[in-house]
Design a protein around this ligand. Structure first.
Ligand code: BGC
Length: 896
């Protein structure tokens, strides 16, 4: 049975309110027949579902198009208008010329022009001082529906955060909207279908505002001043059954008051006094005569953009695994959620009116069992809940989040049970796509920790950490982790949004800062330095490779060019960060163990800078080629040659050893291919020697670590790569695992048996950068990799490289074409391998076997197997090209 399903538009199923003018359509051909592929397709787009089925009023008919392209087909019909919804379906002819048709899907455009916004920016009168926090404004306005309603849409945004309510119901389930952008350039809005929330006659439209990223505390900079208080902009567009329209927008008719939220700040926490709840404020006729009139603010001179990527939503709930009591007199109760997580708790409590429960959050405990909050720095991460009294009360904050495993309750009336606390996990709503497991439980825990650090740090933007007074979009961290991220979750939409932020943060001379969205008075206008700024080239390239997304490199090409131009201008004869010219700068090999200051590592910034310069230019050659810009590709090739020559002259000795001689120096030189071929083996051997000198330990930081194992396995040192991965003594990936880590630590020595906790000034226990090993685990152990020439897994490379004493491994990836699976077992030199390749794709299958006669598929010799398109045997392996379907290979390994 073949079906055509998973219809998506701009990576989303039936997106409501996008502003991509020619959205791209994708579908999956699902069938388990071997060698199944799409021979041609026909996309039909119509204004209504009825038209689509009847074939009337068709807006766009691609015609039967002979092509196996089934992802990213751009809509090419007439321009769509603001708010227009269209329905689409696709017909697919397979390799046997059988036609199949999908079910209908739709997408709806958002507001495409500034003049579509009828509302005004409104908010509360000024309370407090310019830098003080103040109670969250509650806003309301009544309106009346006089005619039967057909559909209603709510468009809403804020400077600050907002939640909307209609007649007592919360609109949608998005959190922390409108998300974080550079609010001087761009503010996102969200769109909701509110048809069923409206009533004939009187209705109440309400909103609660929070400070969020625009007004509240960010990092260690204190409160932001994109605005001096939260501002709200919204409109409900009503379409009546008679075809007429009406808009209810934010305007001077709104009223505002203070309610129970006395303070809400992303870093500090939320204070909620339930005695001050405004009962009935969302019911028509509520007496709001004592409420203030809202203030109307001038129009924000920024782009108000649709939200084309995922928004933050609640994802799961966690029950504590243990509870203990500290101090008898004023008891404090400490709950262990068993998992370092990001979000908040739901508190359940019963007690006297006026009792205040203090809720503190921490990642770790002190030896005496108390919560250790030193590493949060100035982030208070404390919520307060004051009871209304008279029964069971449950409460969750709205406009804050915390990174924590432990929760301390102070002032809890009576003795709490474990049910008093539930962890609410939040993150950007990305579809989970990857699974990896193997026979080593410690490596499985490492994969678990990587996954949880991604969950905890993909909160609208990729952050470094979710707990202390930082939580910034560090470009270097995002860049090193992006490959791993793209296995665990569908991150194309997430990165598309952030890459727009990145371009917004670029300065006129082409520099890219270290933190994006840029921060007023801090990161904007600066050069983020090697490995950080290069995110502008590396991240779009990864999204192109992993998702076949050409548009992302096309859209950002001009910005990447400006960046390369900047590098060229600010480097000295090809050397970036040349000490005597621009001055060494950047963050070095952040948190490597071989430096003198414990932070920037021992590798010279000039070496790192020049290596990354070369790498970014090498990627530009490929990007220019993808975009058909041949002249650019040639000029980048010349530039790459210049930089590489400068690198060699400055850092490579005649015998293949590298100046400075750190592990990272060797790793970057090899990873970015900066050596003449005759010196590579020597350099790789030197690297291995350096590792041996450390007793088979790494000493690399954020910059070297992500490439370390790749370089080793590629250079023929698979055994050393496995040894590093399986190393359990400090420093290693598994050392934190053995200390009970449930997320990736910022530092190799976040806590050690000898020294205890690292310096609390910088010691996050949820920092994904070192988790970048995940991509290597998936590719080299699991065996799934992209084919750079057929990106987006149109052709997958399946090439597991067993080792490290592992007896099995399984990797599974939901690609845009469907599920890819590679699962192997090794027993007495017999290698059994199950492979699943989605329809309309092919795979290069590389079997670890030196002799064809030792290989079988489902018991048959390879020559007799259906679906094999090509076959080759080299001295290490049997290489096949196969069509879609499920295969069971077995071979006898000749192990050395
Ligand atoms: C952040 C890192 C970041 C680094 C660069 C730290 O404060 O947490 O993740 O990349 O600074 O210096």
């Amino acid at each position: 049975m073949t079906t055509i399903s998973q219809l998506t538009c701009e990576y989303r199923i039936n997106p409501l309110g996008i502003d991509v003018l020619q959205p791209r359509l994708s579908w999956q051909m699902q069938c388990n027949r071997r060698g199944a592929y799409q021979k041609s397709y026909q996309v039909l787009v119509a204004p209504t579902q009825h038209d689509l089925q009847a074939g009337t009023n068709i807006l766009w008919d691609s015609g039967q198009t002979a092509s196996d392209q089934s992802i990213h087909i751009p809509y090419a019909g007439p321009a769509l208008k603001s708010g227009q919804r269209v329905y689409w379906k696709v017909r697919v002819w397979d390799e046997r010329d059988h036609a199949m048709e999908s079910d209908p899907a739709w997408w709806e455009m958002g507001l495409l022009e500034a003049k579509d916004w009828k509302g005004r920016w409104i908010g509360a009168p000024f309370w407090g001082g310019p830098r003080t926090s103040s109670p969250a404004p509650y806003l309301r306005r009544e309106f009346s529906l006089q005619k039967p309603l057909m559909i209603a849409r709510l468009y809403a945004t804020a400077l600050g955060l907002y939640e909307c309510y209609l007649n007592g119901f919360r609109v949608g389930d998005d959190l922390l909207t409108p998300g974080w952008t550079d609010y001087t350039k761009r503010i996102q809005y969200q769109v909701y279908d509110v048809t069923t929330l409206l009533l004939p006659g009187a209705n109440v439209f309400g909103a609660i505002l929070g400070d969020g990223w625009a007004v509240g505390n960010i990092a260690w900079f204190g409160r932001q001043n994109y605005a001096d208080r939260p501002q709200f902009l919204a409109q409900i567009v009503l379409t009546y059954s008679d075809g007429s329209r009406e808009t209810i927008a934010t305007d001077e008719q709104w009223k505002v008051s203070q309610g129970p939220i006395l303070e809400a700040d992303l870093l500090m926490g939320e204070s909620y006094d339930a005695r001050r709840e405004l009962s009935g404020w969302l019911t028509p006729g509520y007496p709001d005569s004592k409420w203030w009139s809202v203030e109307v603010f001038p129009v924000q001179n920024v782009v108000i953009a649709a939200t084309n990527g995922p928004v933050v939503k609640r994802q799961e709930e966690i029950k504590p695994v243990a509870i203990h009591k500290i101090s008898a007199l004023q008891p404090r109760w400490i709950f262990d959620l068993g998992q370092n997580m990001v979000g908040w708790i739901r508190l359940t409590v019963c007690g006297k009116k006026e009792t205040t429960v203090t809720i503190r959050h921490a990642e770790v405990l002190n030896p005496d069992g108390t919560v250790n909050t030193a590493n949060l720095r100035t982030a208070r991460s404390t919520d307060y809940y004051t009871l209304r009294g008279g029964g069971l009360e449950t409460w969750e904050p709205r406009f804050t989040f915390h990174g924590f495993r432990y929760v301390e309750l102070q002032g809890y009336p009576g003795e709490p049970t474990i049910d008093a606390v539930t962890g609410i996990v939040i993150h950007s709503d990305m579809q989970p796509t990857g699974k990896f497991s193997c026979s080593d439980p410690l490596i499985n825990q490492l994969q678990h920790n990587i996954l949880w650090s991604q969950k905890g740090n993909f909160i609208d933007i990729p952050t470094d950490c979710p707990q202390r007074d930082e939580r910034l979009g560090w470009t270097g961290d995002a860049q090193v982790f992006a490959r791993t991220a793209a296995f665990n979750f569908q991150v194309a939409g997430f990165f598309s949004k952030w890459l727009r932020d990145l371009e917004d943060a670029q300065s006129a001379d082409g520099a890219i800062p270290n933190v994006v969205p840029g921060l007023l008075d801090w990161s904007i206008g600066i050069d983020g330095g090697p490995g950080w700024a290069d995110a502008v080239v590396i991240c779009p390239w990864i999204i192109y490779q992993w998702y076949g997304d050409v548009r992302i490199v096309e859209d950002h090409y001009a910005s990447m060019r400006r960046f390369i131009h900047f590098l060229d201008e600010t480097s000295h004869e090809g050397l970036r960060c040349y000490a005597d010219f621009t001055g060494e700068h950047g963050h070095g090999d952040w948190l490597a163990l071989d430096g003198s200051d414990g932070r920037e590592g021992g590798t010279s910034k000039e070496l790192i800078g020049t290596a990354f310069f070369a790498y970014s230019v090498q990627l530009m050659i490929k990007i220019a080629e993808v975009l058909g810009k041949k002249e650019d590709a040639r000029s980048y090739a010349r530039l790459a040659g210049k930089v590489c020559a400068a690198f060699q002259k400055r850092f490579v000795r005649l015998d293949g050893t590298i100046e400075g001689g750190t592990q990272t120096a060797y790793v970057l030189t090899l990873a970015f291919d900066l050596l003449p071929s005759n010196l590579r083996a020597r350099a790789a051997a030197e690297l291995v020697q350096k590792i041996r000198e450390q007793g088979d330990h790494l000493s690399t930081g954020f910059i070297g670590t992500p490439y370390l194992n790749w370089v080793l396995s590629k250079a023929g040192y698979l055994d050393m790569a496995y040894r590093l991965l399986k190393q359990t003594t400090y420093p290693s990936w598994l050392y934190p695992v053995l200390q009970g880590a449930t997320t990736i630590w910022e530092r190799w020595d976040g806590w050690t048996q000898e020294k205890g906790f690292q310096d609390p000034k910088m010691n996050s226990f949820n920092h994904y950068a070192f988790g970048a090993i995940g991509a290597w685990m998936v590719k080299v152990i699991g065996g799934i990799d992209v084919d750079p020439d057929r990106p987006g897994y149109k052709q997958v490379i399946l090439h597991p490289q067993p080792g490290g004493g592992l007896s099995f491994a399984a990797a599974e990836l939901q690609s845009l074409y469907g599920m890819i699976r590679s699962a192997w077992m090794l027993e007495n030199n017999r290698f059994e391998w199950q492979v699943i390749i989605p329809a309309n794709t092919t795979a290069i299958v590389i079997l670890p076997a030196r002799d064809l006669s030792l290989v079988k598929e489902s018991g048959k010799p390879l020559q007799e197997v259906d679906g094999i398109l090509f076959l080759e045997v080299d001295d290490q392996s049997v290489v096949l090209r196969v069509g879609s379907g499920e295969y069971h290979f077995s071979s006898l390994l000749k192990l050395n």
